[in-house]
Design a protein around this ligand. Structure first.
Ligand code: PMP
Length: 398
C-alpha cells in the first residue's frame, strides 16, 4: 500500500458539478442558472470599460514585477479601506483600521480565519443557515467548530429574524459571527436597517466578534447603501472583521482581488494587528499578485474611471432588478395563482426561488435548465433571450 492507496475520492463540488453537466448538454437552448457569476444581456461575463481603460493606462507605463509587500499594494489597501469604511470615518481618520490585499473574498476569509485561530483559538464560529457553502469549510479547515444560526424562513421567504436574534443572544462572549453585509448568498434575503440595529446592539452587548463578508457591494441598493452596515458596525466600536471582494463588482473573477480589513480600538493596537496579519499572509502565500490590485487601485483613485465603474456597476445592478421584475411579471401570466413577488424583494445575484429538488430535476432533465438543488437560481444569468424559455419551463414544473 502506498501513501495514496487509501485516499477516497472527495465529494464533487455541487455547483461546479452543475456546470460540468451543463457543458456536456447538447441542447442549444440550455440555460445555466446554477452559476455564481454576473452575465450581461448577451450571456457573457462582461469586461468593464473601467478595467479596459485602467489596463490601458497601466500599459503606458509598464512596471517591473517585483514582489509586492506582504500586505499588498499600498494604494490598493488605502483605496479599499476608504471604500469599505468611508474616507471620513473615525476608524480611517484615527488610523484604527488595517487593510490587507487578499486573493479574492475567499482569500480574505481564509487569512481572517487563520488570524482568529491564532488569537481567539477557543471561539466557535456561527454562520447563517443557509450560507455560502465555503464559509463552513474555510473556518473548519482553520480549526474552528462551525455552527449555524437560524436565518432563512421558507414560510415567509424572508429572514427568520426572531430566530436569528435569539441565537445571537445565547452565544458565548467571544463567538465569531459571520454576517453577509448585503445580497445574502444563497437566499437573496437581507436584513432591514432596523434589524441591523438590533444585531449590532446584541453583538456589542454580548462581546461577539463580527465578521462581515461583503462579496456583492453595489449589487443590492448601491455602493454606499450596501456598505452602510459596515460603517455602522465600525461606529459601534469593538473588534470588526470585513472581507470584501471585487470579483463581481469589477467583473475580475480570475484576477483574485479582495481584501481583509480589521477595525481596532487604537492606532497602536491596529499596528500590532497588522504585524500579525502579515505573518498569516507570509505563511499562506507570501504576498498577493500585482495586476488585479493595480487595476482596482487605478480605477478607484482616478475620478473619471471611478465614475465609469460606478455607472457600470449600477448597470449590472439595474439589469438584475429588471430581470427580477420580468421574471415575476411573466410568471404571473404563465402560472397565475402562484406568488413570486418575493423575488423582487430579494437582493443581489441570487434568488431562493422556492423550487423543490424535484422541480429543479425536471427543469434539468426536460428543459436543459440548470439550477441548484436548493432552488437557488442566479438571476444575473437570465437575459432577454432566455427568460421566456425559463418562465415557460418553470410554469410547467410547478
Ligand atoms: N463570500 C460570498 C458570500 C460569496 O458568494 C463569494 C463568491 N461567490 C465569496 C465570498 C468569494 O469571493 P471570491 O470569488 O472573490 O473569492
Amino acid at each position: 500500500a502506498s501513501l495514496f492507496t487509501a485516499i477516497e475520492m472527495a465529494p464533487r463540488d455541487p455547483i461546479l458539478g452543475i456546470t460540468e453537466a451543463f457543458n456536456a448538454d447538447k441542447n442549444p437552448n440550455k440555460v445555466n442558472l446554477g452559476v455564481g457569476v454576473y452575465y450581461d444581456d448577451n450571456g457573457k461575463v462582461p469586461l468593464l470599460d473601467c478595467v479596459r481603460k485602467a489596463e490601458a493606462q497601466l500599459m503606458e507605463k509598464p512596471t517591473p514585477r517585483s514582489y509586492l509587500p506582504i500586505d499588498g499594494l499600498a494604494a490598493y489597501d488605502k483605496a479599499v479601506q476608504e471604500l469599505v469604511f468611508g474616507a471620513d470615518s473615525a476608524v480611517v481618520q484615527e488610523k484604527r483600521a488595517v487593510t490587507v490585499q487578499a486573493l479574492g473574498g475567499t482569500g480574505a476569509l481564509k487569512i481572517g480565519a487563520d488570524f482568529l485561530k491564532r488569537f481567539s483559538p477557543d471561539s466557535q464560529v456561527w454562520i447563517s443557515d443557509p450560507s455560502w457553502e465555503n464559509h463552513r469549510a474555510l473556518f473548519e479547515s482553520a480549526g474552528f467548530v462551525v455552527n449555524n444560526y437560524p436565518y432563512y424562513d421558507a414560510a415567509t421567504r424572508g429572514v427568520n429574524f426572531t430566530g436569528m436574534l435569539n441565537a445571537l443572544k445565547e452565544m458565548p462572549a467571544g463567538s465569531i459571527v459571520l454576517l453577509h453585509a448585503c445580497c445574502h448568498n444563497p437566499t437573496g434575503a437581507d436584513l432591514t436597517e432596523e434589524q441591523w440595529t438590533d444585531v449590532i446592539n446584541v453583538v456589542s452587548q454580548r462581546g461577539l466578534i463580527p465578521f462581515l463578508d461583503m462579496a456583492y457591494q453595489g449589487f443590492g441598493d448601491g455602493i454606499e447603501e450596501d456598505g452602510k452596515v459596515v460603517r455602522r458596525f465600525a461606529e459601534a466600536g469593538g473588534p470588526l472583521f470585513v472581507s470584501n471582494s471585487f470579483s463581481k463588482s469589477f467583473s475580475l473573477y480570475g484576477e483574485r482581488v479582495g481584501a481583509l480589513s480589521i477595525a481596532a480600538v487604537s492606532a497602536e493596537e491596529a499596528a500590532r494587528v497588522l504585524s500579525q496579519l502579515k505573518r498569516v499572509v507570509r505563511t499562506n502565500y507570501s504576498n498577493p499578485p500585482i495586476h488585479g490590485g493595480q487595476v482596482v487601485a487605478t480605477s478607484l483613485a482616478n475620478p473619471e474611471l471611478r465614475k465609469l465603474w460606478e455607472d457600470e456597476l449600477a448597470g449590472m445592478r439595474v439589469r438584475i432588478r429588471e430581470m427580477r421584475q420580468e421574471l415575476v411579471k411573466k410568471l404571473k401570466e404563465k402560472a397565475p395563482g402562484k406568488d413570486f413577488d418575493f423575488v423582487i424583494k430579494q437582493r443581489g445575484m441570487f434568488s431562493y426561488s422556492g423550487l423543490t429538488k424535484e422541480q429543479v430535476g425536471r427543469l434539468r432533465d426536460e428543459f436543459s435548465i440548470y439550477a441548484v438543488d436548493t432552488g437557488r437560481i442566479c438571476v444575473a444569468a437570465l437575459n432577454s433571450r432566455n427568460i421566456d424559455a425559463v418562465v415557460d419551463a418553470i410554469a410547467k414544473v410547478l
